[in-house]
Design a binder for this molecule. Sequence first.
Ligand SMILES: [Cu+2]
Length: 257
Amino acid sequence: MLLGGALVLGGCNAPTFGAFRGATTQGRDEFRLWVGFAITGLAVAAIVWGLIFWTVIRHRRRGSDAIPRQFHENVPLEIVYTTLPFVIVLVLFYFTVVTENRIDAVSASPSEVVHVLGFRWGWSFTYDSGTGRYQGVQIATAAQPKVLAQPATSSQYPQLVLPLGETTRIVLTSADVIHGFYVPAFNFSRYAQPGVVNRFDFTPTTTGVFRGQCSQFCGLYHSEMLFSVRVVSRADFARWLATEQASQAQTGSGATS
Ligand SMILES: [Cu+2]
């Protein structure tokens, strides 16, 4: 299994078992855990299916109606097939706890802090560097909800911009009901809950534009609660932030996308 895991993780064209490879360090951790689960599942399936087919073929009816050897109980076998699944569950549980703890760990000194607010029906991203430099730069869904039915990466929806290779703290909450802040390419989703503040870090490893959506059915325009995440270099990020800051200072706060 370890060898299989190394092969799977080593190749670029290796199977992903339906998951994203993860465009953040946290998402990559989740992906590795997922691959471990998938390979373990396939190994168990190979043993179970192998035994089933072996039994069906080896003990198929052949000519005579002779009754095969009759017996019951096999203590060593029963110990093995009780203990082995238990050990497998323990190992998977261990890796899950270790991985989730690593993903949920928040940095003591994130490069950027973004306050994310979910509301019916949209998102707002407010930048706060902690030093007050970028305080107030806000990207939000337009106030009037309507059915746009565009891809999440459309400029009609708000876009969260993150610097590549740096840790950004997301401070997530909701203004009304429970929403879900979901970025599939990051292998990450978390509740935006009214009265609760969830904090987590993203450390993007790949530039690009990734779709995001609300993952918790929250009402009439739930399907319109789309957004995208654009990961850019530090220089591009600083340029983007300066431009936004200047234009928002002119037009007043709260630019809409
Ligand atoms: Cu929602």
